[in-house]
Design a protein around this ligand. Structure first.
Ligand SMILES: Cc1ncc(COP(=O)(O)O)c(C=O)c1O
Length: 403
């Protein structure tokens, strides 16, 4: 795909082309002040130093900024729909990056993935039925079932095999009930940073087929994998076609390009009746997607690859530095080695504290994600998607809080 943004839409926007050099070196080191700007990460608890929510402290790709500026300059902000340029860029992205060939009819545009998880529960579960997922888990996975009346949650802990987190298929077989209708998958896994292999996913799809479950595969972190050769992302729709009548793949450029506040996501659903049931569950509950989301997504897919590559190199080095620092200064914390995502899951049980997140809040003024919300207490999640200098400040506070 050409990097220049000249392809962005037609008409008014066709005149716009990126002036950025092809060999641009992007800046991930500058600390950009964010406080008081109305963002959840910094302003929810302004007295604390935040390393919690999955939102990076990097400026989004300049190509996306340019596309948004171009859109803002067209002064009418009426109801929007996915324009052809976005549809083309998205289908091309799915084909080139994920070897998934689908058509525009298979895409359902959404304002976010969490609403999509909730819609899936409403679409496929009746009162008295159940959803299954694995823990630790991104907290909405443990809560969206409340959005549908009297739907239960069955959560199964992930287990480690040869030092890698995976599914406990034995426990899943043991605890599944005939009432279970849906499996919620996070891949790459938040917060474990695992990128599940083809074989693991095939086994999961077979499990879902055996128990007649719809498999919702949340792949929001799929373009944040450090070594895409060793641990390639396997999209739900890369699994054999015989499983596609039960798979909903949820995607967005939002995490990768740090545009989560703009609100753009989509579901890939290739099976007609599955798609009909999912879209029918929307009713009138979803607002129209905003025009900026559509244009930001197009720019991300069309022009964002060089930025993404440099981001991944930066995050990989952050992870390396974090591990080196904490193994030297806080060996009591058991750290995961992430294959993807910028969220580190820290096992703090050896510190003997009931609630490590609260401890570090009081001792060091840190705002970390409390593992209890992910279904596993005595752990925290640390966001290393930030300039290295900021990450080091956070890690130093973590270490001081232990002393
Ligand atoms: C696995 C996962 N799904 C969904 C989301 C949020 O999606 P959205 O902001 O599109 O609702 C996150 C955010 O961290 C996430 O980690």
């Amino acid at each position: 795909m050409p990097r220049v943004s000249a392809g962005i839409s037609t008409g008014f926007f066709a005149r716009y082309a990126s002036a950025l050099p092809q060999d641009m070196k992007y800046d991930f080191d500058t600390v950009i002040p964010r406080r008081g700007q109305g963002n959840i990460k910094y302003d929810r608890r302004p007295e604390l130093d935040p390393f919690w929510v999955a939102d990076m402290d990097f400026a989004s790709a300049p190509e996306i900024q340019e596309a948004l500026i171009a859109r803002v300059k067209h002064p009418i902000y009426g109801y929007a729909q996915a324009h052809q340029g976005l549809i083309d860029a998205t289908l091309q992205y799915l084909q080139d990056r994920h070897q998934v060939v689908v058509s525009a009819d298979h895409i359902v545009w959404l304002g976010g993935l969490v609403p999509a998880l909730s819609l899936a529960v409403k679409a496929f579960c009746q009162p008295g039925e159940a959803v299954m997922t694995c823990t630790p888990s991104y907290p909405p996975f443990l809560n969206v079932h409340h959005d549908a009346r009297a739907v239960e949650l069955i959560s199964i802990p992930h287990v480690q095999q040869q030092g890698r987190w995976t599914f406990d298929f034995e426990a899943m077989e043991k605890f599944i009930t005939p009432q279970t209708k849906l499996f919620l998958l996070s891949n790459p896994q938040n917060p474990l940073g695992r990128v599940f292999s083809y074989d693991e996913l095939l086994q999961l799809a077979q499990f879902c087929q055996r128990h007649d479950l719809v498999l919702v595969s949340d792949e929001i972190h799929c373009d944040l994998i450090f070594d895409e050769t060793q641990t390639p992302h396997i999209c739900g729709h890369r699994l054999p076609a015989e499983y596609h009548d039960r798979i909903i793949t949820l995607l967005s450029p939002s995490k990768t390009y740090n545009i989560a506040g703009i609100g753009i996501a989509y579901a890939v659903i290739t099976h007609d009746s599955l798609k009909r049931r999912f879209t029918a569950a929307r009713g009138h509950t979803q607002s129209e997607i905003n025009t900026f989301g559509y244009y930001a997504a197009e720019a991300a897919y069309r022009s964002g690859e060089p930025w993404r590559q440099q981001l991944l190199a930066y995050l990989a080095e952050n992870q390396r530095v974090m591990h080196a620092y904490l193994s030297a200064h806080a060996p009591q914390i058991v750290l995961n080695w992430n294959e993807g995502t910028y969220l580190s899951w820290m096992d703090c049980r050896a510190l003997g504290w009931e609630n490590p997140a609260t401890h570090w809040e009081k001792a060091s003024g840190l705002f970390l994600s409390d593992g209890a919300f992910f279904g596993v207490p005595q752990h925290v999640r640390f966001n290393f998607g930030c300039p290295r200098a900021r990450m080091m400040e956070g890690l130093e506070k973590l270490v001081k809080g232990i002393a």
